[in-house]
Design a protein around this ligand. Structure first.
Ligand code: BG6
Length: 475
């Protein structure tokens, strides 16, 4: 059988600090935005509760009598050697993970970093090296010091740029001997869906929320470009990437209005990578801002920073695909279900074809090296009477998506890594549940943090190991 995957391909998984580490106040760590995300026991599976919040909800979540799953994660902070050992048994050679900003700067604006936090990642990376697992590091993954939200209004405030760049420089300098690939911001394009987690801003209900979000996003763009500039001074060999959650859409029908709605929607999806890979705000975005009375404060120096420092690679997370039709009254794009696709219990459609299309589209547009930063299926797995987890649905999902990746490679795309989300079960980002499991390794904790903590390989564990051992031939 024909295999088109390069010998040095990175096979791995991806996790985030706030969903895995726990120990939210150990070693001087500060409180982060993720630490105040409550678990809602009776939520419908499709409900998301923590993306865009106002002051009232902020106070309620912060001070309420809830269980906060991300404070415990899956105890990766304490148990990282066990997790890394299991991953090493699966033969993965990379693990994408994030650093918790609050371990390094508990409040975000201290003059000196927290040594205990730095030492934790020294130990973790050294252990990964021993096990031949290369870290790919996300610098900012849906968590920031809560102090920066309260004192500075999060990324809306320009001062955050310098605080973030300082944090980034410290970790890049210190860990460069272990880490070659750095993703600055997780899924920068989901800024509006994840207003609190991604931007640290609170909806004041004063009519400026959209404006605030785009201004905050602009600060993230500038910070991303500055991190690239600083990293190259530290070590020109380092690779600095931007990351998108694929959100390109297909039109619901071939009705011209639906086709145009999809086209317009996609343009505003390319906006993020157009800015960070081409180095300037495209005309269609400026038109969108003037149509929506959005005024972004942007200096000439900001423009120069963007222009001079395009990202080195594009990381993409892909889970599901999206469809739009034109709203009958406004003509604006409106997300609708695709009747041809099945969904998981959380309403996420399953469509491997979309992975082939998006990776090929990004390649055709930018021609930069790409990695699949996340891809996986959330499922409420059960341990069966034989003590095992027979997750053939997950194997089928990854098999189809890997075939789609190979199809994109066959058509020219330069893809250098595939990271499953997540190689072991961790807390869900959106719903803070444990039962939305993605792992090849079952982690025996429940939604309220109870359980033995045992790590049990699922059937998919053995399947993925064979995929890796055959460098993608045996999918
Ligand atoms: C991605 C995030 O959007 O989706 C991850 O980068 C997240 O942090 C993943 O866990 C899956 O989403 P969820 O809500 O099912 O955990």
């Amino acid at each position: 059988m024909n295999n088109n995957i390069k010998d040095n391909f990175l096979w791995g998984g991806a996790i985030a600090a706030n969903q895995a580490e726990g120990d939210f106040n150990t070693g001087g760590k500060g409180i982060s935005t993720a630490d105040i995300q409550p678990y809602f026991a009776n939520a419908k599976p499709t409900d998301l509760h923590f993306n865009n919040i106002d002051q009232q909800h902020y106070e309620q979540y912060k001070n309420g009598d809830y269980y906060y799953p991300k404070r415990n994660g899956v105890h990766f902070y304490e148990r990282y050697t066990e997790y890394i050992d299991k991953l090493s048994e699966m033969h993965i050679n990379t693990l994408r993970l994030s650093i918790a900003w609050t371990r390094i700067f508990p409040n975000g604006d201290e003059s000196e970093p927290n040594q205990s936090g730095l030492k934790f990642y020294d130990r973790l990376f050294a252990y990964m090296k021993k096990k031949n697992i290369e870290p790919i590091v996300t610098i900012f993954h849906y968590e920031m010091p809560l102090h920066l939200v309260e004192k500075y209004s999060g990324w809306k405030n320009k001062q955050i740029i310098n605080l973030f760049v300082k944090y980034s420089e410290i970790i890049i300098k210190r860990y460069q001997k272990y880490v070659s690939y750095w993703i600055v911001m997780n899924q920068i394009n989901l800024f509006d869906r994840e207003g609190f987690a991604s931007l640290g801003i609170i909806d004041k209900h004063d009519g400026n929320y959209l404006q605030d979000q785009y201004q905050a996003l602009h600060h993230q763009f500038v910070a991303s470009a500055l991190v690239k500039a600083k990293a190259k001074l530290i070590n020109p060999q380092l690779k600095i990437g931007l990351m998108l959650a694929d959100n390109l859409v297909t039109p619901f029908s071939c009705k011209p209005d639906d086709v145009e709605a999809a086209f317009n929607y996609n343009r505003m999806q390319y906006f993020f990578s157009d800015v960070l890979l081409r180095g300037y705000y495209p005309a269609y975005a400026l038109k969108f801002f003037s149509d929506n009375q959005i005024h972004i404060e942007m200096t000439n120096q900001d423009k120069k920073i963007l222009k001079d420092n395009p990202a080195d690679f594009l990381a993409v997370s892909y889970y599901w695909s999206h469809t739009v039709k034109a709203n009958e009254k406004s003509g604006q794009p409106e997300l609708v279900d695709n009747p041809y696709l099945k969904e998981n219990a959380w309403g996420w459609s399953i469509n491997a074809n979309g992975l082939y299309i998006c990776m090929s589209s990004y390649w055709d547009r930018y021609g930069v090296p790409m990695m699949i930063a996340e891809n996986g299926l959330g499922f409420n797995d059960v341990i069966e009477s034989d003590g095992k987890i027979h997750d053939n649905y997950r194997i089928a999902y990854h098999r189809e998506h890997l075939a789609a990746m190979k199809q994109a490679i066959a058509n020219g795309a330069n893809i250098f890594a595939y990271c499953s989300w997540a190689p072991f079960d961790i807390i869900s980002a959106g719903t803070a549940e444990m039962k939305k499991r993605y792992g090849f390794i079952y982690v025996d904790y429940d939604d309220e943090g109870n359980g033995s903590g045992q790590l049990i390989p699922k059937d998919s564990f053995y399947w993925y190991k064979d995929v890796i051992d055959s460098n993608g031939l045996m999918i």
